[in-house]
Design a protein around this ligand. Structure first.
Ligand code: GDP
Ligand code: MG
Length: 178
């Protein structure tokens, strides 16, 4: 059988500590949820293969091992990434507001200026919501991001979030070709 060249895309998970970045990644790659998940479980990255518009794509999704708590992600974390998933917790408004700081970091360190950004409002299974859907949507529009709400617990929206980023990257000329 002929070897098919595999496109590898680098995606980043960004956002305040506790918003559910690692849980979203675990839901996407292993389809599980662990409510005891600790920042120590954080890995460098997880890999998942997808078919996007008929192309085999390998997603290398970078998570943090809790360094985001001290806002000490290094430039190598950002280097070469074509897509980023910015996560906030819909039950904590300040986690949305703090994304401004993360967006500035991205501007400073990202090496690709047409990088695809997806805003994710996570934990929609919870009943103590502080940020409604429209508020998230407005924030996303203002900063030219895609938008979706998710629950890593119930798995709502999780698959879509990653797939849409991968699709948008593959549709952006010059972003993924080597
Ligand atoms: P991170 O610091 O951004 O990586 O966040 P974690 O993935 O470690 O999640 C922080 C806490 O929120 C953990 O106790 C998770 O179990 C919980 N959590 C994450 N996602 C959800 C969700 O969608 N719903 C609920 N109810 N809890 C969640
Ligand atoms: Mg984590």
């Amino acid at each position: 059988m002929e070897e098919v060249a595999l496109t590898t895309l680098k995606l980043l998970m960004i956002g305040e500590s506790g918003v559910g970045k690692s849980s979203l990644l675990l839901r996407f790659t292993d389809d599980t949820f662990d409510k005891q998940i600790g920042s120590t479980i954080g890995v460098d990255f997880k890999v998942k293969r997808l078919i996007v518009d008929g192309n085999q794509v390998k997603l290398a999704i970078w998570d943090t091992a809790g360094q985001e708590r001290f806002r000490t992600l290094t430039p190598s974390y950002y280097r070469g990434a074509q897509g980023v998933i910015l996560v906030y917790d819909v039950t904590r408004r300040e986690t949305l507001q703090k994304l401004i700081i993360w967006l500035n970091e991205l501007d400073t360190y990202s090496t690709k200026d047409n990088m695809v950004k997806m805003l994710v409002g996570n934990k929609i299974d919870k009943t103590d919501r502080e940020v409604d859907r429209n508020e998230g949507l407005q924030f996303a529009r203002k900063h030219s991001m895609l938008f979706i709400e998710t629950s890593a617990k119930s798995s709502d929206g999780v698959q879509c979030a990653f797939e849409e980023v991968a699709e948008k990257i593959m549709q952006t000329p010059g972003l993924w070709e080597t």
